[in-house]
Design a protein around this ligand. Structure first.
Ligand SMILES: [Zn+2]
Length: 157
């Protein structure tokens, strides 16, 4: 899972604030919980903006068990796919995640995740062909092309 490889640039600062060492992952439950409960005043402005952008993008769902509902991880992988489909390559996606949210993720991990996604979509494509579901087949093909070439898809899955 790609979300478990994501780390936060300001990870150590948060640990200092809450007074104990956080687990490494940006999407680890303890990290997510810390993010929504810490005071932001002590961070410099760019970091504060990254934390707020992270919360807005990944932690804004209304589930009763937020942030442990799985939405943050799902929104994160969706973001990666959307960035790719909007034309960014894996290196640019890594740069964007770092600048926007302070998320550190190796470009190589992003690349292998995108390749895995295409393989998964190809398996879904096989199923849609086998069971003759043309609309599904068409949409999956569009997303495969979009991820492989970085070209946006008109329809939405
Ligand atoms: Zn949720």
């Amino acid at each position: 899972m790609i979300a478990s490889r994501a780390r936060l640039r300001y990870h150590r600062q948060i640990g200092k604030l809450i007074g104990y060492r956080l687990p490494e992952g940006a999407f680890h439950g303890a990290t997510l919980e810390a993010l929504i409960s810490i005071p932001y005043d002590s961070f410099d402005r760019p970091t504060r903006e990254q934390i707020l952008a992270f919360i807005k993008a990944f932690l804004s769902c209304k589930c009763p068990d937020n942030p442990f509902c799985g939405c943050p991880e799902r929104k994160f992988v969706r973001e990666i796919i959307e960035l790719r489909e909007s034309g960014l390559d894996h290196t640019q996606i890594g740069q964007y995640l770092l600048e926007e949210y302070g998320i550190e993720l190796y470009a190589a991990d992003i690349l292998s995740y995108l390749e895995e996604s295409v393989h998964l979509l190809e398996a879904i494509l096989d199923i849609s062909l086998q069971f003759q579901i043309p609309l599904m087949q068409q949409r999956v093909e569009e997303h495969i092309q979009a991820i492989e070439r970085g070209i946006p898809v008109e329809t939405d899955l």
